[in-house]
Design a protein around this ligand. Structure first.
Ligand code: BES
Ligand code: MN
Ligand code: ZN
Length: 491
């Protein structure tokens, strides 16, 4: 997608004008209305369009202006107009015309700030994300025609400067969505690691640990998950050193199960294809690192990815197995489908021991129970640090990603005590399944400030109502993490 910032619309194929609730035209809208003898006002009053978000109204080829279509896009109540309302309006405008045949969408941001003009372009770009690389045919009428987003800004040069800090985030979200979208026959641990290694071009350091090294280091619970797979497990360590030399880093850890069959505790067939996105946590961490490197963030950050495939075969681990984790705690594996926590246990322990970070934050599509608890529009936040949890929770709403704090009560610890080992990998039947998973992880944090984000509800969307998040891979967490780091941890 080509992004341009211009001082005037010129002859636009489609000119999108933001309209606030009550049919209030913004930016160049009133001028256009006058030039067209009130065609915009007439069109609005002849319809139910009042400027509500996610509503658009196309006014085709009105006499008096040089535009194919004036697209009115709802921006909601003027008093509540914020970045998210702006994103929704720009995203909805894109969707309204993406298949129209027009090759450029011009968005009128003339009365907005340079930052807002850039954000309009950002939203349109996120809205335009598609994962179509495996289609060999796509009917012309289903092929998007928009190739350029052109934003009219009062100060195009300032808008371009603002865009230069936003476009790396869009790149990162797209990269993350691509990883999550890839099928598991293509994206297995070695291939995932290879794609991350290629990000060294952005200035990231990337280190790949294969099974031999992991065995030597003692990543036994992680390796146990991958035993049933023909694909080699990998741990990837990413580093972004944008802060002062020697400054204690912050650390992010991602669950990267490239496919989760459940293992010997095999899952039912229905919906199992969803488990290709069981690496969404790792994809979020990669996206964050991509964004930080792209905008040269002034902070030292470590990203650790636990990449495995959970398959059943003759070499697979069994329910009842006892495995010695990297931390030295023995783990009884009751259910091989509770594999994410086994992967993260070793990764968390390794991260705190090697990097002594200020905090560790992990993201994981960890439990179906999280979906039962919160529904599909909130991720769960578990933390031993109010400060860390609050920094995460404050960032999400600014970028349209919702999360909710969950408890990790000591009273439930007994549910993961094992009769024959130090800990077991499932809790009290289905009761509090997300909480006992978090309690399990906490035992591998060694008291480091830590937060665990269960993104099982949000990593993938099937009926998106958010124009900037098309159906499929969300890239959930990239924007929140980037914002959280920017707002709290950069010098
Ligand atoms: N990857 C799944 C969790 C999941 C479910 C993510 C649905 C996204 C959508 C995880 O590995 C898993 O299988 N968890 C089990 C845990 C149980 C065996 C204790 C679950 O949620 O059923
Ligand atoms: Mn599982
Ligand atoms: Zn899983």
């Amino acid at each position: 997608m080509k992004i341009e910032f211009v001082a005037s619309a010129g002859a636009a194929e489609v000119l999108a004008v933001l309209v606030h609730e009550g049919r209030v035209l913004s930016g160049r809208g009133p001028e256009v209305d006058t030039a067209t003898s009130g065609a915009l006002t007439k069109a609005m009053t002849a319809s139910r369009f009042t400027g509500g978000t996610n509503n658009t109204l196309a006014v085709t080829a009105p006499a008096g202006v040089d535009a194919g279509t004036i697209l009115l896009s709802g921006a909601g109540e003027a008093g509540k107009f914020d970045d998210l309302a702006l994103e929704a309006a720009a995203g909805a405008a894109y969707h309204a015309v993406k298949l129209s045949g027009a090759t450029a969408l011009t968005i009128d941001a003339y009365s907005l700030t340079a930052g807002q003009a850039a954000r309009a372009a950002f939203a349109a770009r996120l809205a335009a994300y598609r994962f179509h690389k495996y289609r060999t045919t796509l009917k012309p009428e289903k092929t998007p025609s928009i190739e350029t987003i052109r934003v009219v800004a009062a100060d195009p040069r300032a808008a371009k400067v603002a865009w230069d800090t936003l476009s790396p985030v869009a790149d990162a979200v797209e990269f993350s969505r691509d990883l999550v979208s890839e099928p598991a026959n293509v994206l297995y641990p070695v291939e995932f690691a290879k794609r991350v290694k290629a990000l060294e071009k952005l200035g990231l350091e990337v280190e790949i640990l294969g099974e031999k090294e992991l065995e030597k280091l003692g990543f036994n619970t992680l390796l146990a998950v991958g035993m049933g797979s023909r694909r080699e497990s990998q741990v990837v360590v990413m580093k972004w050193n944008g802060g002062k030399k020697g400054d204690q880093p912050i650390a992010f850890v991602g669950k990267g199960v490239t496919f989760d069959t459940g293992g010997i505790s095999i899952k039912p067939a229905d919906g199992m294809e969803d488990m290709k996105w069981d690496m969404g946590g790792s994809a979020a961490v990669v996206g964050l690192m991509h964004a930080l490197a792209g905008r040269k963030a002034k902070v030292n950050v470590v990203g650790v990815l636990g990449l495995v495939e959970n398959m059943p075969d003759g070499a697979a681990q069994r329910p009842g197995d006892v495995v010695m984790s990297l931390s030295g705690q023995s783990v009884e594996v009751i259910n091989t489908d509770a594999e994410g926590r086994l992967v993260l246990a070793d990764c968390l322990w390794y991260t705190q021991e090697r990097f002594k970070p200020k905090f560790m934050l992990d993201l994981a599509t960890l439990t179906g129970a999280m979906i039962v608890a919160l529904g599909l529009e909130y991720a769960g936040v578990f933390s031993n640090s109010d400060e860390l949890a609050n920094n995460f929770l404050a960032a999400g709403p600014k970028v349209g990603e919702n999360a909710w704090r969950m408890p990790i009560p000591a009273a439930y610890e007994r549910h993961i005590d094992s009769p024959i080992a130090d800990v077991k990998n499932t809790g009290n039947g289905r009761a509090g399944g997300s909480i006992t998973a978090a309690l399990f992880l906490q035992r591998f944090t060694n008291g480091t400030p830590w937060a665990h984000i269960d993104i099982a509800p949000t990593a993938w969307v099937k009926d998106s109502k958010n124009p900037t998040v098309p159906d499929g891979a969300v890239g959930w967490g990239v924007r929140t993490l980037d914002r959280m780091v920017a707002d709290n941890y950069e010098s």
